[in-house]
Each structure stands twice: as structure tokens, then as C-alpha cells.
Write a protein that binds this ligand. Structure first.
Ligand SMILES: *Cc1c(COP(=O)(O)O)cnc(C)c1O
Length: 438
């Protein structure tokens, strides 16, 4: 049942969206893809190569989503494609251990010294959910702390005023999550040291873990301040709670040693995903041996997965890690990302538009605000109509950024100077037509 349209059909995306909506809720398999925040028709991707993808109508886009982070090498990197093709030939899945799982575990541990052991799973949601269970099991405590605007996947206990996706629909929590299930989840304001201290004063002896995106990428791009991050570490240590860094987005994206490397803070547990799978379903969580040995089959904390450590996914992840570990990789990537961000800032300034932006490694965020926001509430003061105008203006000019103002952006090693320059020029054109700020 192939679609009855040709590559030149400019309605191709609309036709596909209509078909999709008949059989898939909202026409998408993950909510933010639906363009609900910005309006319009989602682009159905036909293929991708390097820094670009092409939609069903044959339109090319410079891709600043990169599958929401994994495609750090760009699409279809030859070494990765070759590794995956070789792996596929040897078999898709065995439900029995393989040497490649050890190799990937060793590669991850070598780059993230806070981890002594790691378990591989298939999605970031699964990894965060499992890390949470492990923290509770290892400490024999119930409470967890999370921060408003941080997203840790869609496990019940973590869907408390979660950031990305849900925020679009204005639901502070998801239906289907009974209040009893989240009654031990404390939601605090990001970068608010006083509130953090108060939570530990009140509940310190009951807190199993504090989970945080130390560079948050699900409320656009917001860094944990250095004092705030240090205070998280100190209070967890002081009260016997585990500090859990959710590095699903930042791991191998902001630098070779993750957000923990950037901040110089050693978490107890680390949650990984996205880049470690190189675009295949693969995620992980890990930490010190004594904690990780609480997991089944050694310990009492149960966790399992039919496709965990999948041989094709591990091949893809390993090949990706091998490329990013090459000397100079992150220097070049950071430089590229910085030139994009600086160029956008200059374009906005030249047209008198409010704009602020930040980046680390291959991850960036920009705001139609004069100052960089420090928490979710500040991010949400962005004028969404202005953001939507910028989004659609860029889309029309062949530049694809996240279809929501509370998402981060991603640059890959495949983005060329010309791609960056074309993006800045497209933004400049849009800024020049925009109404002056209110
Ligand atoms: C993407 C993401 C997740 C969820 O990962 P999935 O693979 O989508 O389940 C969890 N935490 C963070 C920080 C993420 O960015």
C-alpha cells in the first residue's frame, strides 16, 4: 500500500498527515512531532543525508533536530552505516548476551568516570524509570526530587509538571497517573537554591534521589548554575540521597564527558540515551558498582528487557562513539554551534529584535527574550506568536528547527559553514520583517 503521489506533489505532506491521523492518534508516534504548538502540517521525512533531510514533497531542510539529539555525526555517516549493515547480516536480536554489549559498556565507562557499571536498555524513558527504581531500592527510601521543566521520559512517577510535549497541551500532569503514584515526587523550581534547601530540610531523610538535567534541554536550553549544581551534590551527599544526572540529551552531546564533565560534578547515577544509540533505540543507566549490583540478577531491584543491548543498536552506538572520541571532534562541533548562535544574535540585534542564546558542544537554545531564562516559568514568558512566526519563516526557507519554543536545538558534525550562514541569513530576513517588540 504505497502512497499515490510523486516527489513533486506539494501536497504530499498533507496527504500523508491525513492518512496518518486516521490510524495513529494525532498522526504521530510522539506528540511534539505533530506541530500542535506552532500549527501547520508536520513534514514527513523521506530520507536524510548529512545535515539535511527531505520531506515527502521533495523539499530539503537543514536539520537542527537530528532526531532530537542522536544524529551528532549527521545522517548516514559512512562508518556508522557500514557497522550497522555488518551487524544486521549477523542477526537482529538474540535474547542472549553478545560481545558488542561489553564493548559498548566499556566504551561508555571509559568516558564517564562516575560510572563503574552500566546497564543497557532501549529508551531514555526506560533508563530514567529504572534509575529511579534503583535509587529507591538502593536507599530504601520513597521520595524523589525533580525540577519543573526537566523531562525524564514518561514514567508515571516523573510525569509531574513535566516539560516537553505535555506543556504544549497545557496539562500540568498526564491523565491516567493516579495522584498516589506521584505523591512521593517533589517538583522544585530549577536554579532555586532556597527551595532546594527547604526540601531537604523537610524531607532529607526520606529522599531516595534527586534527578536533574544539569544542562536542561527540555525547556529549551537552560543551564544549572554552578552554585545550584554544587548545592544539589552537597545536599544529596549530606542526606544520603543519590544524585541522578539525566544525561539522555546531554551525554556525548555537550562534550565527550557529558554535562558532568562540563560542570565538574560527579553524580551517583547517570542516565544516558540518544547519542549512545547513534539513532537506534538504545539507552543506559549506570553508576558505582555497589549500587549497580543491587540490580537483578545480583540484587533485589528488578529490571529487564527483551531487546536490551540489541546487537544492531549496539553496533550503531559503538560506531558513533568511536567517531566522537576522535581528537578535536567537540572543539570543531562547539565552534560550529557557537558560530550559529553568535550569527543569530547579531542578526537579531541588527534588526532590533529581543534575542538571547546559549550553547554547549553541539546543543544550543535561543530565546526571543533579552535575557537568558533561568527556569521553566521564565522560558514560558516567550511570546509564542513571535516564535511561531520565526519557526514557519525558517521552515519556508528550508531550515528545520524544533516545532516548539521549549525545545533545544542540535548541530551535527555534518553541518557546513554554508549551512550555518544560510540559516543565519534566513533568520535575518525574518527578523527584518518582524514587528518591533512590544
Ligand atoms: C529524550 C529524553 C528522555 C526520554 O528518552 P526517550 O528515548 O524519548 O524515552 C529522558 N530524559 C531526557 C533528558 C531526554 O532528553
Amino acid at each position: 500500500m504505497t502512497a499515490l503521489f510523486t516527489m513533486s506533489d506539494h501536497n504530499a505532506n498533507d496527504i500523508l498527515f491525513e492518512r496518518a491521523r486516521a490510524v495513529i492518534p494525532g498522526g504521530v508516534n510522539s506528540p511534539v512531532r505533530a506541530f500542535r504548538a506552532v500549527g501547520g502540517t508536520p513534514r514527513f521525512v523521506q530520507r536524510a543525508q548529512g545535515a539535511y533531510f527531505w520531506d515527502a514533497a521533495g523539499q530539503r531542510y537543514i536539520d537542527y533536530i537530528g532526531s532530537w539529539g542522536p544524529m551528532i555525526l549527521g545522517h548516514g555517516h559512512p562508518a556508522v552505516v557500514e557497522a550497522v549493515q555488518r551487524a544486521v547480516t549477523d542477526g537482529f536480536s538474540f535474547g542472549a548476551p553478545t560481545e558488542r554489549e561489553i564493548e559498548l559498556a566499556e566504551a561508555i565507562l571509559a568516558l564517564l568516570p562516575s560510572m563503574e557499571m552500566v546497564r543497557l536498555v532501549s529508551s531514555g524513558t526506560e533508563a530514567a524509570m529504572s534509575a529511579l527504581r534503583l535509587a529507591r531500592g538502593a536507599t530504601d527510601r520513597k521520595y524523589i526530587i525533580k525540577f519543573e521543566g526537566c523531562y525524564h521520559g514518561h514514567a508515571d512517577a516523573l510525569l509531574v509538571k513535566a516539560g516537553s510535549g505535555l506543556a504544549t497541551f497545557g496539562n500540568p500532569t498526564s491523565a491516567g497517573v493516579p495522584p498516589e503514584v506521584v505523591q512521593h515526587t517533589l517538583v522544585l523550581e530549577y536554579n532555586n537554591i532556597a527551595q532546594l534547601e527547604e526540601a531537604f530540610t523537610l524531607h532529607g531523610h526520606e529522599i531516595a534521589g534527586l534527578m536533574i538535567e544539569a544542562i536542561a534541554g527540555n525547556m529549551n536550553f537552560v543551564r544549572a548554575g554552578s552554585d545550584f549544581a554544587k548545592r544539589c551534590r552537597e545536599l544529596c551527599t549530606q542526606h544520603g540521597a543519590l544524585l541522578i544526572f539525566d544525561e539522555v540529551m546531554t551525554g556525548f552531546r555537550v562534550g565527550l564527558h557529558g554535562a558532568q564533565g562540563v560542570l565538574g560534578i560527579r553524580p551517583d547515577l547517570t542516565v544516558l540515551g540518544k547519542v549512545i544509540g547513534g539513532g537506534m533505540p538504545l539507552a543506559a543507566f549506570g553508576g558505582p558498582r555497589a549500587i549497580m549490583e543491587q540490580l537483578a540478577p545480583l540484587g533485589p531491584v528488578y529490571q529487564a528487557g527483551t531487546l536490551s543491548g540489541n546487537p544492531v543498536a549496539t553496533a550503531c552506538g559503538l560506531a558513533t562513539l568511536k567517531e566522537i572520541a576522535k581528537p578535536g571532534f567537540y572543539e570543531a562541533l562547539s565552534q560550529k554551534t557557537r558560530s550559529l548562535v553568535e550569527g543569530l544574535k547579531a542578526a537579531a540585534a541588527a534588526e532590533g529584535q529581543p534575542f538571547s542564546a546559549d550553547s554547549e558542544g553541539g546543543m544550543f537554545g535561543f530565546f526571543l527574550l533579552n535575557e537568558l531564562p533561568q527556569n521553566y516559568a521564565e522560558v514560558m514568558t516567550t511570546d509564542s506568536a513571535r516564535f511561531n512566526m520565526l519557526f514557519h519563516g525558517l521552515l519556508e526557507r528550508g531550515v528545520y528547527i524544533a516545532p516548539a519554543l521549549y525545545e533545544a536545538g542540535f548541530v551535527s558534525a555534518a553541518h557546513s559553514d554554508e549551512d550555518i550562514a544560510a540559516t543565519i541569513e534566513a533568520a535575518r530576513q525574518i527578523f527584518s520583517k518582524a514587528a518591533p517588540p512590544k
